[in-house]
Design a protein around this ligand. Structure first.
Ligand code: SF4
Ligand SMILES: [Zn+2]
Ligand SMILES: [Zn+2]
Length: 303
């Protein structure tokens, strides 16, 4: 078994095509694929200020690494933004990885915590609300804080390390929960309609699998260990991830097919939801599709 292109020792077999690649051919393949997504979906413009959402994990440090490489060529300004949920033995470790990486690469790192912005850490919220799924609170807070801080930083784009596996999970989750309005906000670049209060989110790794991103991170020595959030086992996404991984093993190409079919219908979905009015939350003033935004609704319920 050898690399398809240069006949040296391979580091990965691509799931969808069964092609073996060595370290340098894989890195070329990976970066070209991300660049193709950036060009095809116009994720970046020359001179953009890109805020990169980093968690200190493999996906976010890989996207930060790639965008940092593109910085000079595209005259980008890069700022890393880390959301500290306050999860003991998980986030505190990955914060150190993010700090180390940003220091090495001389990237400005901003940290925004739940404690400072919402008054409590996620661990405290969970202690007080034992029967509430942590991710249902956490996801709402993180989405909102990322948008708010990126706006304050005057970002043109908010980049995330979402990969093909993440997107396949989101598509399936929304289908099974009959929540296609949420699906209309997916895709390589989000936003059903332009609104200065929402910073467009871009996903350069949209067509790269989790395995490919993990390999890229490993080959660049970006993270020491792949630890998971303490609460991830209670999440619906975790269940969907197992289902999709099982399907992929039995029927290779399942995740690619799911995302490719979704991309074909996405313009129809965006069109269907294009007239949804974006109001301002009566409580906090943040953009919202209802009178009171999701953050204020969750705070009302749990704090
Ligand atoms: S797994 Fe859930 S609780 Fe943990 S960081 Fe992700 S969304 Fe938050
Ligand atoms: Zn090779
Ligand atoms: Zn609000």
């Amino acid at each position: 078994m050898s690399c398809k292109f240069c006949k040296t020792k391979p580091v990965i077999t691509l799931t969808n095509s069964n092609i073996n690649l060595c370290k340098s051919c894989f890195i070329k393949y990976f970066e070209r694929k991300a660049l193709k997504t950036i060009r095809q979906y116009e994720l970046l413009k020359k001179g953009d200020h890109v805020v990169v959402a980093v968690s200190g994990g493999k996906d976010s440090l890989s996207v930060l690494n790639l965008l940092n490489k593109l910085k000079d060529k595209m005259k980008l300004t890069i700022t890393a933004l880390l959301i500290d949920e306050g999860i003991k033995n998980y986030r505190d470790k990955s914060i150190e990885d993010a700090k180390k990486f940003c220091k090495e690469k001389k990237i400005k790192l901003e940290i925004a915590s739940y404690k400072k912005n919402f008054g409590k850490t996620l661990d405290d919220m969970k202690k007080k609300n034992k029967n509430t799924i942590a991710c249902s609170m956490c996801g709402v807070f993180r989405r909102s804080l990322l948008n708010k801080k990126s706006r304050e930083l005057k970002a043109d784009k908010l980049a995330t390390g979402h990969n093909l596996d993440d997107e396949a999970q989101s598509i399936l989750m929304n289908q099974l929960r009959h929540n296609i309005a949420l699906s209309s906000r997916l895709g390589p670049i989000t936003g059903v309609k332009k609104d200065p209060r929402f910073i467009p989110r871009i996903k350069p790794f949209y067509f790269l699998t989790e395995k490919e991103v993990a390999t890229y991170a490993y080959l660049h020595n970006l993270v020491n260990d792949f630890n998971e959030c303490t609460y991830c086992e209670e999440s619906y996404r975790f269940e969907i991830r197992d289902i999709l991984n099982g399907m992929e093993q039995r029927h290779p190409g399942t995740k690619h097919a799911l995302v490719a079919s979704f991309i074909e219908i996405l313009p129809l979905l965006k069109n269907k939801f294009k007239d949804v009015e974006i109001k301002s939350c009566k409580n906090c003033g943040e953009p919202s599709s209802s009178e009171i935004c999701n953050v204020c609704q969750v705070i009302e319920k749990i704090l």
